[in-house]
Design a binder for this molecule. Structure first.
Ligand code: TRP
Length: 327
């Protein structure tokens, strides 16, 4: 019996080394789906240009991210990984799709509006408006059925569905209507209690050494009312407690009780937490050591992923051209 696996496609912009939030928010679910689904993962290097035209570090950032993916457990035998810019069909399909959606629809995209506000942008480039159109091409080239993403990306998946429907009715039924799958996770805050973000510098990187993790944890903010050991704490408002919940779940009842009673001081609690994070990342570190000392292997993995993705993309474009009578 040969039942066709459902296809998942997801990607990230190559912003450099990834942090714990990327692991719990995306990578763990990609890895969990691997095998049951046919995974494809793209390094969205063209998308990165929408907010930053500087390409000086783009290759290194892409490789750093790929090593993070591999270290988290993505298996290149099962999950092709590739750069968007190396598969020319992404650009071609983006162009065709750009005729199937109105500018007004793209201007209503709430994720775009949020970005404009957050990044204080006074000018939006044409390609940024078309960000979701390129994303639709990313997904539909591989006929993705399921797209595991964070909540902010759901408007883009909705636009992808609209474009797929529009193409299928206008020309011929080529594309599935992909579903967004929110990657559920307990959101981890940064070390200062704000959202974990590279630009704020409050992250624990997947590539941090045990020493760095310990040092960073020492600076984490905790319950402001608990100034010294003996003071009763409030674990439910403490980000270190959230980290324990994720990386040290079995000790949660004990930590809760001893924090509340004052018996457990923040320094001891943080050092225990650092140790658990270090332990949890041990398999990750082992794979990273391997890949970092076998860079030629990493390059081969990328080349193989790009070859594989290119074959699928070419097939889909042939169907697209045929459906459009551009053959
Ligand atoms: N837009 C996604 C982000 O900013 C990255 C991305 C590009 C993506 N193409 C994709 C995600 C296709 C899922 C599917 O995080």
């Amino acid at each position: 019996m040969n039942i066709k696996k459902k296809i998942i496609l997801s990607g990230m912009r190559p912003t450099g080394k990834l942090h714990l939030g990327h692991l719990t928010g995306a990578l763990e679910s990609w890895v969990a789906m691997q095998g049951e689904y046919q995974n494809y993962h793209l390094i969205a290097d063209y998308h990165a240009l929408t907010t930053n035209p500087d390409t000086s570090g783009i290759y290194e950032n892409s490789i750093d991210m790929l090593i993070d993916w591999l270290s988290a457990g993505l298996d290149p035998e099962k999950s092709p990984m590739f750069r968007q810019s190396k598969i020319k069909e992404h650009s071609e399909l983006h162009l065709i799709f750009s005729m199937l959606i109105t500018a007004a629809r793209l201007e209503r995209n709430p994720t775009l509006k949020e970005q404009i506000r957050d990044l204080n942008m006074d000018n939006v480039v044409y390609g940024h408006l078309g960000y979701p159109v390129l994303q639709a091409a990313d997904i539909l080239l591989y006929k993705g059925d399921v797209v595991p993403v964070g909540e902010d990306q759901l408007p883009h998946i909705e636009i992808t569905r609209e474009i797929a429907r529009r193409f299928n009715t206008q020309y011929a039924s080529v594309f599935p209507e992909p579903e967004g799958k929110i990657t559920k996770f307990a959101r981890l805050s940064g070390l200062d209690g704000k959202r974990m973000s590279k630009s704020i510098g409050n992250t624990i990187l997947l590539s941090d050494s045990p020493e760095v993790i310990t040092k960073k944890l020492r600076t984490a903010v905790t319950d402001p009312q608990k100034l010294r050991k003996g003071d009763p704490g409030h674990p439910d408002i403490c980000l270190v407690f959230d980290y324990h919940n994720k990386f040290n779940h079995s000790e949660i009842p004990e930590i809760r009780e001893n924090c509340k009673s004052g018996k457990l001081g923040c320094v001891d609690c943080k050092m225990n937490c650092a140790k658990k994070i270090i332990d949890a990342l041990a398999p990750n570190r082992e794979k990273r050591d391997y890949y970092e000392s076998h860079m030629d292997k990493v390059k081969d993995i990328l080349a193989d992923g790009e070859k594989h993705a290119g074959t699928i993309a070419e097939q889909t474009m042939a169907e697209v051209h045929e459906a459009m009578k551009l053959g």
